[in-house]
Design a protein around this ligand. Sequence first.
Ligand SMILES: Cc1cc2nc3c(=O)[nH]c(=O)nc-3n(C[C@H](O)[C@H](O)[C@H](O)COP(=O)(O)OP(=O)(O)OC[C@H]3O[C@@H](n4cnc5c(N)ncnc54)[C@H](O)[C@@H]3O)c2cc1C
Length: 465
Amino acid sequence: MGLVELVPPKEIEMKPVAIIGAGITGLTAAFYLKRAGFAVTVFEAGSRAGGVIQSIRENGFLAEFGPNTILETSPKIKQLVMDAGLQARKLDTDPKAEARFVVRYGRPIEMPGKPLGFITTPLFTAKAKLAVLREPFIKPRRDGMEESIGQFVVRRFNQEFLDHAIDALVAGIYAGDPHKLSLPHAFPKLKALEDNYGSMIKGQIFGARDRKKSGEVAKDRAAKFSFDEGLQVLPDTLAAQLGDSLKLNTPVTKLAQTSDGWRVTTANGDAEFDKVIYCGTAYKLAQLKLEAKTTLDMSALAEISYPPVSAVVLGFKREDVTHPSSGFGMLIPKIEGFKILGTIFSSALFPNRAPAGHITLTSYIGGARYPELGLLPEKDLVQTTLADLRVLLGVKGQPVFTHTKTWPHAIPQYNVGYGKYRDLLNQIEATTPNLFFAGHYRDGVSLGDSIVSGVNIAERVGKLS
Ligand SMILES: Cc1cc2nc3c(=O)[nH]c(=O)nc-3n(C[C@H](O)[C@H](O)[C@H](O)COP(=O)(O)OP(=O)(O)OC[C@H]3O[C@@H](n4cnc5c(N)ncnc54)[C@H](O)[C@@H]3O)c2cc1C
């Protein structure tokens, strides 16, 4: 039974729970615990709720600075939208905007959707196409060695497939480096396809039945959505239901174990809680002062790389962009030599992102590929983006809407060896009562993963009380 249905008997006193971090993980956990009758307090270091989710509306344009869409990969995501009363404000992506482009030969080429399209696409040479046809016959690796996604793709497909397809997809998900990202930690579902079906292609075909049984949906088939006024609607709605229990501008600096719980220290003083759930970031967790009955050393979490990423949101007059920009967006492999990682065709996905006769393009710069570019000043971010968009999409005029947002620590890189950080968190949870960890640094980096992480931690903590 989920916590969603858990209604506490009135006579049981529900002890207070502290949640650190008002990103989507912390807000989701707080929402469900509060609904189940727990006294929750959410401490947020920043001045707003939502963490890396941030949407702004200006002059008819809507800019997303962090994530653009939620992938509905789990029934728990749909359930949260319903429980938060947001069904009517949910916006599905325009079904006409399915096309995804990958840059090759210096221009965006549509990725093939159907098998026939794969045979005829100019995106891959005959050699790469043959490598895909050969993949089901390549023996699975069973020696337990942890590979990078790059090693895995070269082993099962070929170098061209890595350089011209997977490198771009990896930039789109993690802003990461395929030679560093761990197959089992960053792409557990791909690893499971090889482990369970012996091949990715066979797993795609035969795994559909198993996924249907579990209610999970593969990322490439999952519905994508946002809300009428952008993704910020979700954290704003969850935050509003918390009222005074959400403490903004209140970074937690210290946790001290008491006889039956935890003392939480902020600049505003101390307060005691029965349980603490940390839903912040790994690099801030490494800095937290900890006093516990056993030695807790989380300093290793500071090693987790969070390279900077900047979002550059530009609005143009429709006639100033030659490319129809009528799909999801374009991804750019490093080998193509451009500086931006990719561009989302935001107003094709959700038509209310630009006023009539205009379009909005959201590009990303930085990541593990070019961390120094992610920290460029605003003027240079815009010029660098414009230079690439002029070549790739035939942008002619100047933007009529310009916003940039730099995330100095954007997305944690689940690089080879990431298991030691997860093991550390598991071990601390197992040996230190009433302290829990959830969120993007532990349970997967997508927005959907963070929502599921928040629901799951609320269920675990709820059942323990
Ligand atoms: C640029 C960008 C684009 C993305 N695009 C997508 C996308 O299109 N689709 C998708 O699925 N995912 C995307 N993601 C990933 C996804 O948005 C995040 O993984 C997810 O939102 C993380 O939520 P969270 O609550 O775990 O963490 P966060 O949003 O990082 O929130 C953590 C919060 O904890 C607070 N905090 C930390 N330490 C303390 C402390 N000591 N005391 C108090 N507060 C503290 C922080 O201030 C922060 O507000 C993107 C991420 C970025 C950065």
